[in-house]
Design a protein around this ligand. Sequence first.
Ligand code: COA
Length: 391
Amino acid sequence: MSTTGLVVDRGLEGVIVGSTVLSNVEGKIGRLTYRGYDIDDLAPNASFEEVVSLLLYGHLPSTHELEALKRELASRRALPEPLVAAMQSVPKTAWPMDVLRTIVSGLALFSPANNKGEHVSDVHGAIELIAKMTTILAAWDRIRRGLDPIEPRADLSHAANFLYMRTGKVPTHIEEDAIDTYLVLLADHSFNASTFSARVTASTRADIYASITSALATLTGDLHGGAASASYNNLVAIGAPERAEQFVRDELAKGNRIMGMGHREYRVRDPRAKHLDAIAKKLSEHRGDTPWYAIARALEDASIKVLREAKPDRQIYANVDFYTAPVLADLGMPGDEFTCLFACGRVVGWSAHVLEQLHDNRLIRPQATYSGPEVGPYIPIAQRAELLAPS
Ligand code: COA
């Protein structure tokens, strides 16, 4: 839309608002790369810790660098006791994303400040947030179930430690790999809504805690990270693969969208979906007793078929959130925690983007066209009733 010569782009679709060296989304061919490495190579080969190093330090680490990063992550896992007490004092019905956002914000209260009282936004602050977010999520999962949180273990990988803190059991390799690869796939995605939020906040010179809290708030909505939880609710509502097609038709008839389908950038299947599809299949075979993968497969097929009939001009395929649902459900996670685990992966990208923004900062401050009333005189309160009364 054009008003007085200015172009208004609702949703900023196609608008370039910055430049990044961190990741590249090629929507037409369905390719996602982190600093030039294709996620198709990273997902099966690189650990989450290697990807943290790649995004924060700019290169894949040497053995020595990787060991140092693992030690730092492990040393930063434990939460300040008052924040654990705060989680124990909130209603058990509190939504996990609200708890995660609040406690991440609370971490600022316990983080070191420089002599001007400012938190330093640096790579160590980023590692602190990455290390602690899975601890917060695992602790809340237990607290809401009436259990005591489990202390993190320094001898486990980031992924294995997360699963251990939820259950007290060291996970199998299949389970550990599933979470590790999930976190790799979610680590960054260029200027998505939550990352842009983090960058806008950082551009005001607010610190990394404030920036990540902004990002968490933005991720919550079901057009973004909230779709993972919403997608799980669909699997539960469908209940059996043969009911998938009717479900899609009913949802569209009600004017609803199929959560986990469609993407602003990708015009083919989201490249992350194929890895998560394969992981979900493997986990489902490993467990052998859950319907989630079979329902998800049927739902994807039915959605593509019915959406193609309804919207022949639009290519709508599964996105990253779609197969998140069967993967995390088969790992025993409750659906309302899925968006939180998305955040635990994406915090790597958010932090790297905050540091990139600060490295060459310019306040992000766009403009709007004004479409309100013409300028008029102030109306004294005594005259308002008669002037503003409906005729
Ligand atoms: N289910 C049904 N219809 C969908 C759809 C979906 N999942 N995704 C897009 N569409 C339809 C829209 O209804 C719209 O139809 P219309 O032109 O008749 O109004 C058309 O496709 C274009 O949608 P639009 O919202 O303009 O596209 P977008 O680029 O903004 O879409 C999403 C991107 C992600 C917001 C959208 O695909 C969506 O809402 N998906 C479901 C939520 C989701 O999974 N989010 C996670 C993204 S990673």
